[in-house]
Design a protein around this ligand. Structure first.
Ligand code: PMP
Length: 354
């Protein structure tokens, strides 16, 4: 039934997040979470928490967290913006930085939230096809446009784009903002991040998250780093929309865990080791696997349809991600879990594909 008011409201086709099943026995490899627990500093923090602080509003600037992040990354606090997961940070960034009649550009296969924000905010955009091998053709990003968004490493392909090529994109676009979404950068080889470029390029914004490498998808913290003028414009938009986005527990926990770098480095190296082992196993089972610099792999089987593997995995309590989307509808995105979880997946695949 159509309501009389329907032509006067904003309608959008929303982003669809991966399933979050309730059953604890499910092996959950569908939303790129970290299989290892967060830093012990979280439980210490909660045990010693003074709940009286919850009666007050949080610090709207989330100053404690901003300062900790700035210190951790060797930046000034004027170069850091925090939000409720990188989704919030990216959404705010699209709203702030993409306000041109020219089209914002990003790959045809990338994080599927980007076109949703563009539609919601009425930002013109164009998707640029990835090359046949699923890499980004950086030369396609050198012309006039309304802004650029690059997930690096890209998702769901897992492929890392060379920093030198990103530099060329940034230098070719001085009049617009280039957002580099580094949600998975901690799983990539050292030196791949664009963070060290923010002092050199005032049009570069680097976005990070606590959700993957820091095992804290549930806390919802993301942040952006860039030139102080960019951060100021972001804050102006944020304070014009919702000032108190960051809640007190998130600010406290986010600040407490940031220094526990040794623990994070340990879990990251475990995930990377498992990823390399699992990639080899997939190869033996007849999968073609794209080279991953993330905590997931993107793979296609030579005979069996991805959709069928996805469905049978689900029937057997193993959740992986399938995108029913042109070009990638025969691929599966598989998050790297613990060794034990990945062994169970290999057992299932060996049995199912025989
Ligand atoms: N960017 C990319 C490329 C992602 O895959 C995700 C995870 N869905 C995000 C951003 C958002 O992550 P979060 O909001 O949990 O920080």
């Amino acid at each position: 039934m159509a309501y009389k008011w329907e032509s006067n409201i904003r309608k959008v086709v929303p982003y669809v997040p991966g399933e979050q099943p309730k059953d604890k026995n499910i092996i959950k490899l569908n939303t790129n979470e970290n299989p290892y627990p967060p830093s012990k500093k979280v439980s210490e923090m909660v045990e010693n928490a003074d709940f009286d602080i919850l009666k007050k509003y949080p610090d709207a600037t989330a100053g404690e967290l901003v300062e900790k992040l700035a210190e951790f990354h060797g930046l000034d606090k004027s170069q850091v913006f925090v939000g409720v997961g990188s989704d919030d940070v990216l959404g705010m960034s699209f709203m702030t930085f993409f306000n041109s009649d020219k089209k914002v550009i990003f790959p045809d296969i990338t994080y599927s939230f980007y076109p949703v924000w563009c539609d919601l905010l009425k930002i013109p955009y164009e998707t640029i096809p990835l090359k046949e091998d699923f890499t980004i053709d950086y030369e396609e990003y050198l012309g006039e446009c309304g802004g650029v968004v690059i997930a690096n490493p890209n998702a769901p392909t897992g492929i890392l784009l060379d920093k030198e090529k990103i530099i060329k994109i940034i230098e070719a676009n001085p009049e617009v903002i280039v957002i580099v979404d580094e949600a998975y950068i901690d799983f990539a080889p050292e030196g791949s991040s664009c963070l060290d470029l923010i002092d050199r390029y005032d049009n570069l914004l680097v976005v990070r998250t606590y959700s993957k490498s820091r095992s804290l998808a549930g806390i919802r913290i993301g942040y952006a780093m860039g030139n102080p003028a960019l951060i100021k414009y972001l804050n102006d938009v944020k304070y014009s929309y919702n000032s108190y986005t960051m809640n007190v527990p998130s600010i406290k926990i986010g600040s407490a865990v940031i220094d526990d770098d040794e623990y994070f480095k340990g879990t990251i190296s475990k995930v990377v080791k498992t990823r390399e082992w699992f990639t080899e196993e997939l190869g033996k089972l007849g999968f073609f696997v794209l080279p991953s610099s993330t905590n997931f792999v993107f793979a296609s089987h030579k005979d069996k349809a991805a959709k069928d593997i996805f469905q049978e995995g689900k029937n057997r309590g193993i959740y992986i991600r399938y995108f029913n989307q042109p070009r990638i509808d025969n691929f599966l995105r598989i998050t790297i879990g613990t060794d034990e979880e990945m062994k169970k997946l290999v057992e299932f695949l060996t049995d199912y594909l025989k």
